[in-house]
Design a protein around this ligand. Structure first.
Ligand SMILES: Nc1ncnc2c1ncn2[C@@H]1O[C@H](COP(=O)(O)OP(=O)(O)OP(=O)(O)O)[C@@H](O)[C@H]1O
Ligand SMILES: [Mg+2]
Length: 601
């Protein structure tokens, strides 16, 4: 082995040890249970040793002497140890598995809790599928340590040492004869461990690929069928599926050779015991009972060692999974609550951006020197082309991200100094795409806040959502299925208005809500908007300029900067970007999306 590979191995080992130590911390709350379980393991190992010894006693002391009552006593004792072993094993398995379940429970809770604390930017970089794997598959892999009995393998080691001890005590020479096959055993085990570890990893890799492929193509089924990709997908899946099967076959090969080989070695050991021990019995230097006990012990001897090598793979997988889990748990939440947050006694709703510059990716500026103020109760509209940075502005206000330069404040206090909970509960965001959760229509308006039924209806009525909700099969109690796939886009929009109004926020933020509805619904939404905006600070992002003619100030964004500002009339009079947008939208009475308008650079 080269030194480089060797040091790498050492690093891996000590690394595994840190992982293991951290995994052990999850057992700390269940110390008592673990202690009992380990005690039972030792007891079990002890009981396992008793059987063959009793056989020896039965043969040597009673059978060969013709002592029937004595034999019955030994038989009874044997039965008793069997029952005892049963009870101990039951208790041990039960306690250990229970502990495993509790550890999984704690781990999943911890991971989910951490995920909820992480900043929005983290989710830009980490695909949902991968994060879900952390909470599901990876935790399961750690639990395999308990269910597959990797932990009890340590108990098997006791059995092993016990057997070696008893054998040596009974007859050192015969014990040596038995142990002489051990080197061969190590050779086979090593071969198996290396080969199967490799194939085990292959299998895991292909399972992950199958999952990813299915996830992507099942969720995108309509696109798959529309663009007639079925044939190509079938081939792609067939290839992954085949590779997965091949990896499994290669793993099966190692198992198929390993266990018969171990059996063969065990048989050779028994043959040698019979050959050597039999001769001793004939010579009168060994009792028949001892010979039988030796044969029995040697049969129990191999089980723990072969288990150990099989469980090694599971241990490896658990280590890899725990490493991924810990990496996730260690990813810091970049947007954090200040240690002593400023508390606003009453939120008035004055929003200010002071020379704010911001980039999602370092040095690729999305906003530059953005500076504006919305006095409490006033309204501002943001207009501008697609990608101008409008949504980014409201993400900064909600503190989904932290600004690199400048200051965003609510009622004069930097949002970084506020308790994020207070900040966000003062805002209501109606986002570009409405996210609905599984549950009823009513629960989607409430979103967990204790809002009475009457207020839910009132809010829905005020934004004209009431009518279509009442028309649903079960009204407000209708279940929303598959993230609202059964509702139209306009209906979801109205629903999200009702949601915002029911929460009665100080600051209302609306991100382009009116792009995909018919004229009648648009009129409803226009009307709903008036209700929504009344008496609140409002920031409205709109592509349709008709939506925003009544706001107090319009900010025209272009490439991350505010290029023009003023009222509708003032901006028209300026004959700048806004004027051109307006011309584009209203020529031929045709309503175009503002994002498609061509703008001077
Ligand atoms: N999470 C993100 N990570 C990296 N870049 C982003 C992210 N979100 C947006 N951007 C980039 O920031 C710029 C501004 O995006 P933003 O969503 O603010 O535009 P917008 O004005 O809301 O556009 P639209 O009118 O299409 O909604 C775009 O160039 C976009 O590519
Ligand atoms: Mg946007």
């Amino acid at each position: 082995m080269s030194t480089a590979a060797f040091t790498e191995d050492l690093v891996a080992k000590s690394y595994d040890r840190t992982l293991l130590r951290r995994l052990l911390t999850y057992l700390r709350p269940y110390q008592a249970a673990v202690a009992v379980s380990f005690l039972l393991i030792v007891v079990m190992a002890g009981l396992d040793l008793v059987g063959p010894y009793l056989t020896k006693v039965a043969i040597d002391r009673y059978i060969t002497k013709g002592d029937a009552p004595g034999l019955a006593r030994v038989a009874a004792l044997y039965l008793l140890t069997l029952l005892g072993a049963f009870a101990v094993r039951y208790g041990q398995v039960y306690i250990l598995q229970m502990t495993g379940q509790k550890v999984m429970l704690d781990m999943r809770r911890q991971i989910f809790g951490h995920l909820q604390r992480l900043h929005v930017g983290f989710f830009d970089r980490n695909p949902v599928g991968r994060l879900m794997t952390r909470v599901t598959t990876d935790v399961d892999a750690v639990n395999e340590l308990f269910t597959s009995g990797v932990v009890t393998v340590f108990g098997d080691l006791f059995t092993l040492l016990g057997i070696m001890g008893v054998m040596t005590a009974m007859n050192p020479k015969l014990a040596l004869v038995t142990f002489s096959v051990i080197p061969f055993f190590f050779v086979i085990t090593n071969w198996f461990r290396q080969g199967s570890r490799q194939s085990f990893r292959e299998v895991r890799k292909w399972v992950a690929r199958i999952n990813a492929f299915l996830q992507e193509n099942l969720t995108g089924m309509s696109v798959v069928q529309l663009f007639r990709r079925e044939g190509r997908n079938r081939d792609a899946f067939a290839a992954i599926n085949r590779a997965h099967a091949d990896a499994n076959v290669s793993q099966i090969f190692y198992y198929a050779v390993f266990y018969p080989a171990i059996d063969l070695l065990a048989a050779v050991a028994v043959a040698m015991i019979l050959l050597y021990g039999g001769a001793r019995v004939l010579a009168g230097t060994l009792t028949l009972g001892a010979l039988v006990a030796f044969v029995q012990y040697s049969e129990r001897f191999w089980r723990p060692i072969s288990d150990l090598s099989e469980k090694f793979n599971i241990l490896q997988a658990a280590m890899a999974s725990s490493e991924r889990i810990f990496t996730l748990l260690d990813s810091p939440a970049e947007v954090v609550s200040p240690p002593r947050p400023a508390l606003l006694a009453q939120v008035r709703g004055r929003v200010a951006f002071e020379d704010v510059s911001f980039a999602y990716v370092p040095s690729q500026w999305v906003l530059r020197d953005v500076d504006f103020t919305v006095e409490a109760g006033r309204s501002v509209a943001l207009v501008g082309a697609t990608g101008a940075g409008k949504t980014t502005i409201i993400s900064l206000l909600a503190r989904f991200y932290d600004v690199q330069a400048g200051r965003v404040s609510l009622d004069g206090i930097d949002v970084k100094d506020l308790d994020p909970a207070q900040l966000r509960s003062s805002l209501a965001l109606v986002l570009q795409d409405v996210h609905l959760f599984s549950g009823t229509i009513a629960s989607n308006i409430r979103l967990g806040s204790p809002i009475p039924d009457e207020k839910v209806r009132e809010a829905a009525r005020a934004v004209h959502a009431h009518r279509f909700i009442e028309a649903l099969p079960e009204g407000y109690q209708t279940e929303v299925r598959e993230r609202g796939a059964t509702l139209s886009v306009g209906q979801k929009q109205l629903l999200s208005f009702a949601r915002a109004l029911a929460h009665d926020p100080r600051v209302l933020i609306l991100d382009e809500a009116t792009s995909s509805v018919d004229t009648e619904t648009e009129a409803l939404i226009q009307d709903a908007l008036k209700v929504l905006l009344r008496g609140r600070t409002a920031i409205v992002i709109a592509h349709r300029l008709s939506t925003i003619q009544n706001v107090d100030e319009i900010l025209v964004m272009h490439k991350g900067r505010i290029r023009e500002r003023g009222t509708h009339q003032q901006l028209l009079a300026q004959r700048g970007i806004y004027w051109r947008l307006y011309q584009l939208q209203y020529k031929d009475q045709e309503v175009l999306a503002g994002g498609e308008a061509e703008l001077p650079a």
